[in-house]
Design a protein around this ligand. Structure first.
Ligand code: FES
Length: 286
């Protein structure tokens, strides 16, 4: 996802006014938190990403004040901080709702119902892409593939997964969020607000009940690759018997050079493979 020059805060010919400062008590509190984060890294500038989450937790989005704060405590220029803050879509540049509801509309989710979910949520909430409901609770947006395609269509709220959604389940979800009813994602601890999520992403303890047990969990379908890598599962093989085995029906033992799946290019061509001749067969030609 790209951002325009105006979204990046690039002024064209107009000198920018200095960013307003945080009140003294807020700045003192943020400096204490920032020192804790910076101490985790051998090079202070490596702390920029969590510090952007920290200032986002303070105001709900990354403001010029927040970027100036990051630049000050890390010894960076505001241009360096701005370049990072505007590159990653997890940093918001304008006020948004307590719950960022993202509907995956990449290819697989779209065809599995993501497009329908997004359209119905727009109508249900009365907002368009990137817009926030009047009560300030929900911001609706398209999101890109979140590598959870095996659970398509996927909706994410503050980056927690809600798998295998339907238009009706998604509408119930946003209704619960707006009404303040407790909501638990498919894989994760109970929902918290965008600001609370940002503080967790800054690296501070996630004290939600069940957060440790469920944090980072993945569904069985997503874990197949890991099991394969550990040798705990056998790879699926689709081989095409040919030659002697094809004629006799004997079990086929693929050679190392033989293709292993139906997606690989065949090693034999029709000209060299009597089992798969090109053109009409002798019987068809008679
Ligand atoms: S296409 Fe939606 S998670 Fe991958």
């Amino acid at each position: 996802m790209t951002t325009s020059s105006s979204e990046r805060g690039v002024s064209l010919g107009m000198p920018e006014l200095p960013a307003p400062a945080y009140p003294d008590d807020v700045r003192a509190r943020l400096e204490t938190d920032a020192r804790e984060v910076i101490a985790r890294y051998p090079d202070s500038r490596s702390a920029l990403l969590p510090l952007l989450h920290l200032v986002q937790a303070e105001e709900g989005h990354v403001t010029r004040t927040g970027m100036q704060f990051c630049a000050d405590v890390l010894g960076l220029t505001t241009a360096e901080v701005t370049a990072v803050a505007t590159f990653y879509t997890m940093y918001r540049r304008k006020p948004s709702g307590d719950y960022q509801v993202g509907v995956c509309t990449n290819t697989l989710c779209a065809v599995m119902g993501g497009d329908a979910i997004f359209e119905e949520l727009q109508e249900h909430l009365g907002v368009g892409n990137g817009e926030t409901t009047g009560d300030g609770k929900v911001t609706l947006e398209h999101i890109e593939c979140n590598a959870a395609c095996d659970f398509a269509p996927v909706v994410m709220v503050n980056w927690e997964f809600f798998d295998n959604q339907t238009p009706d389940s998604a509408k119930s979800l946003v209704d619960d969020l707006r009404a303040g009813r407790p909501v638990t994602p498919t894989r994760g601890a109970r929902m918290c607000t965008f600001k609370e999520t940002a503080r967790i992403l800054a690296g501070f303890p996630d004290e939600r009940e069940g957060a440790v047990e469920s944090g980072g969990s993945a569904g069985p379908a997503s874990l197949v690759g890991l099991k394969l890598a550990k040798g705990e599962a056998s790879p699926a093989r689709v081989v095409h018997p040919r030659g002697e085995a094809a004629r006799t029906g004997a079990p086929h033992e693929p050679s190392p050079t033989e293709h292993l799946s139906s997606h690989d290019a065949p090693q034999d061509t029709s000209a060299s493979d009597p089992a798969h001749p090109a053109g009409p067969t002798a019987e068809e030609g008679e």
